[in-house]
Design a protein around this ligand. Structure first.
Ligand code: DQA
Length: 145
């Protein structure tokens, strides 16, 4: 079944989008990002619930809850990407949810510790280095697959 109820999940430090290292992450705020993603999803006939947390367990709770109402997740786990086996296990624990891993920056062109994603092989799709456009591409991907 194509996804039609999407969860937009952003992890640590992404609440500061727009002011945090704008040369890396751009000047769009989290609220603007959430608004853009919601609008794109609505155009394509889907709904979005957006959530951001700086806490690993809160992100895990949202993934678990989402299995009851959502078919697809657009997930930027921030730095947890590189070391959170708990988030990796959470994604594997909800196999009906298709998760698209999104990063604003291109991890492979940054510090070596960012090259590793411990969730890469449990997500359905990955998009990085495209800024905000990557989130919109994730919506489109979820609604097509
Ligand atoms: C990020 C990349 C991560 O390495 C970093 O810790 C972030 C943001 C990105 O969107 O490019 O917080 O996930």
């Amino acid at each position: 079944m194509a996804a039609s109820n999407l969860l937009l999940l952003n992890g640590p430090n992404l609440n500061l989008l727009g002011e945090r290292e704008p040369e890396v992450y751009g000047t769009t705020t989290l609220l603007q990002l959430e608004t853009l993603v919601t609008a794109r999803a609505q155009e394509l006939g889907a709904t979005v619930r957006a959530y951001q947390s700086n806490h690993e367990g809160a992100l895990i709770d949202k993934l678990h809850e989402a299995r009851k109402w959502s078919q697809g997740v657009i997930f930027n786990p921030g730095a947890y990407t590189h070391y959170s086996y708990a988030l990796r296990d959470a994604i594997s624990s909800v196999p009906k949810l298709r998760v698209v891993e999104v990063h604003l920056s291109n991890l492979l062109e940054r510090e070596p510790f960012r090259h590793l994603s411990v969730i890469a092989d449990v997500v359905a799709h990955r998009i990085m280095g495209k800024g905000i456009a990557g989130y919109l591409e994730a919506v489109e991907w979820l609604l097509k697959h």
